[in-house]
Design a protein around this ligand. Structure first.
Ligand SMILES: CC(=O)SCCNC(=O)CCNC(=O)[C@H](O)C(C)(C)COP(=O)(O)OP(=O)(O)OC[C@H]1O[C@@H](n2cnc3c(N)ncnc32)[C@H](O)[C@@H]1OP(=O)(O)O
Ligand SMILES: CC(C)C(=O)C(=O)O
Length: 573
């Protein structure tokens, strides 16, 4: 075996030490209400972009966030760049912040940055000043090269500056937020010690709470470990009733949403994240997924995500990042089923759901493979069932019914799916709805010969049918008798062609609801022992049935004999 690349050596990594916790309670909890949401699209999301958002993109994103229903929005790091500073000024000066929305800004614990951040917020009705400094072991030892006490002192000094500057702008209703950045890499008792030191300065009360944000700046372990960390902080932190415990998870191990959810079970009140998960490295926690996870459990997410197409197009335009087609809830393919057994199950469940919902509009959604109804997010059912070589009869039948009103009986579904399977294999691509319909028409509605007129004489013993059929070789009159119209027609055709014909299956429906609606009929005809399916369409149901039989005869290859042909054949014989 070829050796691995020498760099690919797991031995240089160590497992994250689990939290020793005897009184773990969060696994037994359940989430019953939405958390407070805070969007950090315009700060953490923006700082991670190759090209940070332009002022107009920031404004477009801000308007989307407001429309989606965020009440807290981190609008930037105003001390970092003139663009961010000007954007905060624009929101305030142009009165663009709705009364029920609070903007938040981030600052390091350095006085000139704090002063500049307060400058940016001059005149704001309400604002959250978010202060952070790194507390993890690696940051203390290698980045700051400072002791635990010295790092705590940065936080305390920052908290004092924030308090002092806020007092100079009493026209604004302030709320303070502190993040021990890189919390997941910080000893829990030390993180609590630093947070307590900060709240000693800020002196929050249950009426005027401080937000303590506990970031998984880097996701370092499984989500249960994060939940243990959060529960431990909630249990040991001072003034818990005067704090809002906020989480800010990243997705380094792909579990940003899971960690946030377990963190909520562990006692947190608030989640920071971004729409569709843009953010540093593998991204921030995706609020769309977290909120839709609540929604799909029957919990009001308190965000309106119904216009998912607007969310996707705005996020894609502002971040210049494409949403993955399999992104939870939002991706183009997440409600699509290509595989036959999934399509079959969806088709059957949707029919039951439609019937149940007609009786009881409040009935619960229970459709295999679809955790939510795609229509809730503005997706149509047309996008659900898509056909390729993995698809079966149920999916094809679903497309024909949804898009064209064609309700194929089961025996026709079985027959037709073979043609679509072949088409998909030949083209090696997805088969579109229009392709499926074309195949149906060219296979079953061949109309090589057409019913011109017919007359029917019904009696107790038998029906007598006379019909004129238009063929490429001219018109042809045929007549026959039987039990019912189709039997009479089949016997007429049998006599004319000299083939043994038996009608095996028949089905019909109308293609609409009004009186003029066309009838669609389907037949399966045995011709000399071989079965052929076909369809007929006409405003007249009998005409449609006769046409379907005629189409089956055309498909069988049996030729209709004109009198002259018959005579010459007899003469030759
Ligand atoms: C996990 C997160 O997402 S945190 C947010 C990160 N976001 C950003 O950094 C985007 C915006 N930041 C910036 O544009 C710049 O960092 C600025 C303008 C804020 C500051 O720029 P600069 O002063 O040039 O440098 P820089 O950010 O590299 O600061 C490093 C210095 O600040 C110190 N520092 C870093 N963070 C903090 C903090 N939160 N509190 C106090 N000091 C800090 C460092 O120890 C270092 O000190 P040193 O110069 O004595 O070695
Ligand atoms: C500033 C903090 C909250 C942050 O962005 C992080 O830790 O990821």
């Amino acid at each position: 075996m070829k050796p691995f690349n020498a760099n690919f050596n797991h031995q240089k990594y160590r497992p994250f030490a689990p939290v020793q916790k005897a009184d773990r309670r969060w696994p037994g909890n359940i989430i019953e209400t939405a958390p407070h949401w805070c969007s950090v699209d315009l700060r953490d999301g923006n700082q991670a972009l190759m090209e940070p958002m332009t002022p107009s993109q920031k404004l477009e994103m801000f308007k989307l966030l407001v429309d989606v229903g965020f009440k807290e929005i981190e609008v930037g790091f105003p001390a970092a760049s003139q663009t961010d500073f000007d954007f905060v000024r624009q929101l305030i000066e142009e009165d663009l912040i709705p009364d029920d929305v609070t903007i938040q800004v981030l600052t390091q614990a350095r006085e000139h940055l704090i002063a500049r951040s307060f400058d940016a917020l001059k005149g704001a009705r309400r604002a959250i000043m978010h202060l952070y400094n790194s507390t993890s072991v690696v940051q203390r030892e290698q980045v700051f090269k400072l002791s635990r006490e010295e790092i705590k002192a940065i936080a305390v000094q920052g908290a004092e500056w924030v308090k002092t500057y806020a007092a100079q702008q009493p026209e604004t209703q302030w709320q303070f937020q502190y993040s021990p950045e890189s919390f997941t890499g910080t000893e829990i008792d030390y993180a609590v010690e630093v947070c307590d030191a900060v709240t000693d300065i800020w002196q929050p009360t249950p009426e005027h709470k401080v937000i303590i944000n506990l970031p998984a700046t880097v996701e370092v372990s499984t989500p249960n470990v994060y939940a243990d960390q959060i529960e431990t902080v909630c249990d040991t932190i001072a003034r818990r009733d005067a704090l809002i415990i906020s989480l800010h998870t990243h997705n380094d191990r792909g579990c940003g949403v899971a960690a946030a959810e377990l963190g909520l079970l562990a006692g947190a009140d608030r989640l920071e994240g971004t729409l569709l998960g843009n953010g540093e490295r593998t991204g921030n926690m995706d609020i769309v997924t977290a909120a839709m996870n609540l929604y799909s459990q029957g919990i009001d997410p308190e965000l309106d995500l119904s216009n998912m197409d607007r969310i996707i197009s705005t996020v894609e335009r502002c971040t210049q990042l494409a949403v993955h087609p399999r992104h939870a809830y939002a991706g183009e393919l997440v409600f699509a089923a290509f595989s036959g057994s999934h399509q079959d199950a969806i088709n059957k469940c949707m029919a039951i759901d439609a019937a149940q919902r007609a009786e009881d509009p409040e009935s619960h959604w229970q459709v295999a493979y679809l955790p939510i109804n795609p229509r809730d997010l503005g997706r149509s059912y047309q996008q659900v069932i898509r056909i390729n070589s993995q698809s079966g009869k149920g999916g094809v039948a679903y497309v024909m019914e949804q898009d064209y009103g064609v309700q194929m009986p089961r025996w026709l579904q079985v027959d037709f799916s073979g043609y679509i399977q072949k088409r998909a294999e030949d083209s090696e691509t997805e088969v579109s709805s229009a392709d499926i319909f074309d195949t149906f028409t060219s296979t079953y509605l061949v109309n090589q010969s057409r019913i011109d007129s017919y007359s029917l004489n019904r009696s107790k013993d038998a029906d007598q049918l006379s019909a004129t059929v238009a063929t490429d070789g001219g018109e042809l009159d045929i007549a026959g008798a039987g039990k019912g119209v189709l039997d009479a027609f089949v016997s007429a055709l049998s006599a004319n062609t000299g083939c043994d014909m038996v009608l095996i299956d028949y089905s019909e429906h109308t293609l609409g609801h009004d009186e003029q609606a066309e009838a669609m009929t389907y037949v399966q005809l045995s011709v000399d022992g071989q079965r052929f399916c076909a369809a007929g369409k006409s405003e007249d149901i009998v005409g449609a049935s006769l046409q379907a039989v005629l189409n089956a005869v055309s498909r069988s290859g049996a030729t209709l004999q004109h009198e002259t042909t018959k005579e010459s054949e007899a003469a030759e014989a």
